[in-house]
Each structure stands twice: as C-alpha cells, then as structure tokens.
Write a protein that binds this ligand. Sequence first.
Ligand SMILES: Cc1ncc(COP(=O)(O)O)c(C=O)c1O
Length: 444
Amino acid sequence: MDHAEVVRRNKAYSLADWVPQNQWNPLSMSKAEGVYFWDADGKRYLDWSSQLFNVNIGHSHPHVIQAVQDQVARAAYASPDIATEPRAQLGEMLADLTPGNLGKTFFTLGGSDAVEAALKMARMATGRQKIVARYRAYHGATFGAMSVGGDPRRLANEPGVPWVIRVHDPYAYRSPLYRGRSEDEGDRALVDQIEETIQFEGPGSVAAILLEGYSGTSGVIQGGEQFWRGMQSICDRYDILLIVDEVLSGFGRTGEWFGINHYPYVEPDLMVLAKGLTSGYVPLGAVVVSAQVAAHFDNETLSTGLTLGAHAVGCAAAIANIEVYQKENLVDQASKLGITLRKGLMDLAEEHRSVGDVRGVGLLQVVELVKDRRTREPLSPFNAPLSEPMQRVSASLRESGMNTVVRWNWIFSAPPLIINEEQIREGLEIMDRALSVADKVVAD
Ligand SMILES: Cc1ncc(COP(=O)(O)O)c(C=O)c1O
C-alpha cells in the first residue's frame, strides 16, 4: 500500500483519538530506525518528539527486539496471579532505580491505568478521598485519569470524578500570581495558595497530591526548588501522600532517570511509570510504591487488577530497555545533548521574534510562539483549533521532514535519547525554517 492508500483505509476502518475524524490527516509509518521513520512512500521523517515522548531508546533497537522475541517464544502470557522471572527481575530493577524507599511495583499496561491504580492505592492506603492536582497537567485518558488531569483534554469528560481538587500552576511566563514577582517569589505565593486551598477542602480528606515529575504535554510548566520544597512540606504537615507521575518525564527524558531527581529533597510515596519504560516496543505501565504504602496492603486486599497486567513480554521489554539506558549511558547523554538542544533553541529565540519563551531541561523542551513579545499574545489561542499561522508553521515542519508535537502555540522538542549532535542540528535547521514562517505575522 502506498501512503495515500494506508491513510485512506485507516480512516475508513478505524477511529483516531483527540480529533474530529474529518480533520485527521496522519503521516504513515512503514519502517523506523534510530531517530528516523519512513512513510509508506519512502519519505523520511526525523522523530523530534520520540512519537509521543516515549520512544526514548530510538526505533528498532536490536537488544529489545531480541528480548521480546525470546520472551514470546518462552511464555507469551501468564495470568497476573502467577509469578514470572521477568516480573521479578524488573520489580527489583525499579526498586533500585527509583528514589527514596520506593520498592514494590504494581504493573499495568500503560500510563493511564497506572494513574488509576495509583489513585486507588492512595485512597485505600489513607482512607481519604480527595486528590489535589494541577490545571496544567495531563495524566491519561481513562475515566479517572482524564478527570484528574486539569488539561482541557478532560473537558469532554466533565464533570468526571467528584473528588478532584485542582490548583494553579507554576507558570512564571503567564500566571498572574507571578506578575511583578521573581520565579522563587511566585513559587512561594503559589505554595501558600495551594496550602490555603487544602485547608478549605479539609486536609483530613485529602489522600494525595498528584504532580508530574517534570511537566510534559501541558506545556513544560515546571516549578523550581521553592515549589517542590513547598509541596513536600505540605504533604509532611498534613500526612498527604505525594504521587509523582513520571510517565513522560521518566527514563532519562530530562537528563536524570526521573524528572523528580532534579529535586532530591522530594520523596514520592507513589511513582507512576510508562512510556520510556518500554519505549513503546510493548505496552507496560507501573506504579512503584513506598515501603509504607506497600505495607498497608500486607493485610488489606489490593482491590484492582487487569487480565494483561504484569505482562511477561512487557516486563522483558522493560528489562531490555533499562539495559540499553545503562549500557549506552543514555541518561547522561540526554543531559549533555539537552544542553546542545537548549542552546540551539535559545539561538533561534534570538533570531526569531515569534519566540516568546523557551522552557525545559534535557531532551524535553518547548518553544512558545507569540504574536507580540511585549503583550505575549499567543500565536494560537489556548484550547482552540490551531490558528492559520500556526497551521503554516506545523505544515512547514512536516514538509521539511520533521514529526513533532504542536499544540496551540507550542512546539515540543523531545527526540530519542540516542540522537547525536548532527541530528540535533538537522532538527534545529528545520525549526529555523518553520519559525521564519511564524515571524511573518509577528509585530516588530
Ligand atoms: C504525564 C502523563 N501521565 C499519564 C499519561 C497517560 O499515559 P498513556 O497514554 O500511556 O495511557 C501520559 C500520556 O501522555 C502523560 O504524559
């Protein structure tokens, strides 16, 4: 099938997520290797977003392919109440890699159901109901996970679950709370506001605060030390659990094993993993819990479960992924290359008046485009279809052979961790061209 035929038949017989079907205009993929993939007509694309921020080790890695093939041949499936060697080995690896006293893992199929499990476990372990979460955060698309994310993707599911308390974000570039304040002062004001919200809600009814370890698709909007110290001290003061969602920011994406490792004074009680856990080769998600949370379930039933949970092939793929991260030193590599990427984006920001802000760390960066640097008016409005200029920017990236995530006025840069300097330059040149398209509609 050529590209047109693949797309036509996909559209005829399947449903796409997050778009009206008539607006779905997908690329196709017939082959993928390293940081590139090829469409069904043979056109090559640079994968500048690691698909959905998940193919961290790059495409078609032979070590993972082999591990998956071996496990399928040995025992493709075991019910989750049966013990397997890959599950034992992976659980132990995660206990070693994750911070603090996180030590026991519940395995799911992906990020959303792992978030669901984390919410349930926090509620069961504390006997409290409410979950505090951010507006500018995404935690998945299943019913509870979609409710607990504040990102507008939740709106179609409203009112969702009733026990979510949403709080504002450390958005120094736009939040009124940060106006006239330094980032540290803004973070402190935000922490005070969150604590006040929790007092209004009754701290004794709050089970957990749920935060992305490093903010992802809701805009790479990340608080600093003051924010994280504040969140930890609120959790300590009111015996609230801290759930850290590392689905996107885990496994080297930010130049650390986990986003939260940038804040070593924070101690998550539950950590949610997926995406880079298997780099998408096979579905798998996980919730790693602290010794205290695990102990609650020693004599209490863990009331959740999935037929495909703790899948042996998923566990084998995750073990092989972790071996690749370790053998190829990919976490350090992401940190080093992140500096190159960041510098390149900052240079583009100097040259292009459409760039309002550049945010991120490691190989997780976003460029925010504006119509006017003084007023900061976005080039495409929040939670609305892409403006005409932003559509042209997006089309330029695609024409130049780049696949990445464009949302509203944001362009994300999150390539696989195996990318090299030359390939980063290639990506920056493509961005350079696209930003020139944006500059045309921007005030001097
Ligand atoms: C931070 C975060 N949490 C949870 C999820 C949901 O994961 P999944 O799409 O694997 O269900 C995502 C997906 O983008 C995410 O970015």
